[in-house]
Write a protein that binds this ligand. Structure first.
Ligand SMILES: Nc1ncnc2c1ncn2[C@@H]1O[C@H](COP(=O)(O)OP(=O)(O)OP(=O)(O)O)[C@@H](O)[C@H]1O
Ligand SMILES: O=C(O)c1ccc[n+]([C@@H]2O[C@H](COP(=O)([O-])O)[C@@H](O)[C@H]2O)c1
Length: 197
């Protein structure tokens, strides 16, 4: 019988994936009891407009390239086959049925925690899936209703002010943002002329 695995699910639009995402995922998988982290590419976040996104398969390809050198980080397209917009509770139910032997935790940046009370069935998610939160500068500061929740682990780590929004804007205005992306990711974006128009 297979040994049960503890999997961290890192959901994101990844438009595009950047070194901030990798630093967070790598930090957690190296300094926690998680066996792997799956970077789940979300076709359509219920809170975001889909039309501003690069096509799903291109965002997935960028995540594949970013994970190439990390044995414990895997990309996942599991949400591509599920109804959109993608409510995380639906994906968690699907994954728990498909991989009953695995335990699934969530990993998210602090900005997502500020709106977590608006997520579909957030209380059910919390009841069944511990959440690791990486610090991030947010408009509302660091205090919210989940600040002291027993099932939420606040990771102690330095804040990184990197975002996909900044990267998209910088590429559009011809800035050099190479340090913010893994080389393979930048090469693909450059070759395919993404985010320039
Ligand atoms: N610099 C960062 N520090 C902490 N968490 C981050 C950081 N960048 C992204 N995250 C977290 O990674 C997950 C996926 O984020 P997402 O793909 O939306 O990236 P983003 O940089 O926030 O994108 P955008 O600027 O397009 O909103 C979310 O949980 C988000 O909070
Ligand atoms: O389930 C929800 O109600 C819900 C509401 C807002 C966001 N999410 C998920 O949060 C994840 C992070 O999204 P993003 O766009 O900030 O990278 C992504 O997988 C979304 O589908 C989920």
């Amino acid at each position: 019988m297979l040994k049960p695995k503890k999997i961290g699910l890192y959901f994101g639009s990844f438009n595009p994936i950047h070194i901030g995402h990798l630093i967070i995922a790598n930090h957690l998988v190296e300094y926690s009891n998680l066996d792997e982290i799956w970077l789940v590419v979300t076709p359509h976040n219920p809170f975001k407009k889909k039309k501003t996104l690069l096509e799903d398969h291109h965002r997935l390809e960028l995540v594949n390239k970013a994970c190439e050198h990390y044995k414990k980080l895997k990309s996942s397209d599991i949400e591509f086959k599920l109804p959109q917009p993608n409510y995380t509770i639906n994906t968690l139910i699907h994954l728990s049925e498909k991989f009953p032997e695995n335990q699934f935790c969530l990993l998210m940046g602090e900005d997502n925690l500020n709106t977590f009370h608006k997520w579909k069935n957030f209380d059910v998610i919390l009841k069944h899936h511990p959440i690791y939160v990486y610090p991030r500068k947010t408009d509302n500061g660091h205090e919210n209703q989940f600040s002291n929740h027993p099932d939420i682990v606040h990771i102690e780590a330095p804040i990184m002010e990197i975002s996909s929004t900044h990267i998209r804007k910088a590429i559009k205005t011809g800035k050099n943002i190479r340090p913010l992306l893994p080389a393979e990711v930048w090469n693909y974006i450059d070759e395919m002329n993404f985010y320039r128009k």
